[in-house]
Design a protein. Structure first.
Length: 218
């Protein structure tokens, strides 16, 4: 079973489901030709696709357009259903940075015929995560910069305050649709600047002083 490591601790959380948010930064929605959503756009990834910092993203041979998407990731610390805003805040116990790797060509093909994005989002190694910092050890200000470098070149960079829906709003909404459980992860959406990566590329993601990760594409 895949698990989350807590920074500076031996504590681990078994990963349940991974809930991902689409189009949570207006500029990213626009760069892909999508409307800015009125409600969070949800999709899921299975825990089996997770790899950790230092791991290798395996480029599927059925795609020619693998994209990086850097994201703030929330760790849920207790079960919550139909949460109020305060209950939603209390359900979040940690923060990390992650990569939602996406097969953009496959996603476009699926969207064109109205099919789900599953193949484009749920291939092995498509979710890369850092170690997590407990909320009690770091209070987000939302002035933190989330950033992604490819081979040392900055490709994505924005402040967390650019998110359309903040973490508590996301937990509140998701919990109205499905129960969130201890160990679930929420990928909160990516800023603009997504682009293609190829085999041999080195990816470095950082969220302020909260978390960072490194991985390579093979």
């Amino acid at each position: 079973m895949k698990s989350v490591q807590i920074k500076n601790s031996d504590e681990r959380y078994s990963i349940g489901k991974i809930v991902c948010i689409g189009r949570n930064y207006a500029k990213h929605a626009k760069e892909l030709g999508n409307k800015v959503p009125e409600k969070p756009v949800l999709f899921l990834k299975p825990a089996s696709v997770v790899i950790h910092s230092g791991g290798k993203v395996v480029h599927p041979n059925f795609s020619n357009e693998l994209h990086h998407e850097v994201e703030l990731v929330l760790l849920i610390g207790k079960d919550v259903k139909n949460a109020s805003k305060e209950e939603a805040k209390g359900a979040i116990i940690g923060y990390g940075v992650g990569l939602d790797m996406t097969l953009r060509d496959i996603q476009k093909q699926l969207r064109k015929v109205g099919d789900p994005w599953t193949i484009a989002k749920c291939f092995d190694t498509s979710a890369v995560i850092s170690d997590f910092t407990l909320k009690e050890d770091y209070k987000l200000t939302f002035d933190e910069i989330i950033q992604l470098k490819v081979n040392g070149e900055i490709k994505q960079s924005d402040k967390l305050k650019s998110m359309i829906f903040n973490p508590a709003e996301l937990v509140e909404y998701i919990s109205s649709v499905m129960t969130l459980e201890k160990g679930d992860l929420i990928f909160t959406g990516t800023p603009s600047g997504v682009s293609k990566v190829i085999k041999g590329d080195k990816l470095e993601a950082k969220l302020g002083e909260v978390a960072e990760l490194i991985c390579t594409v093979v």
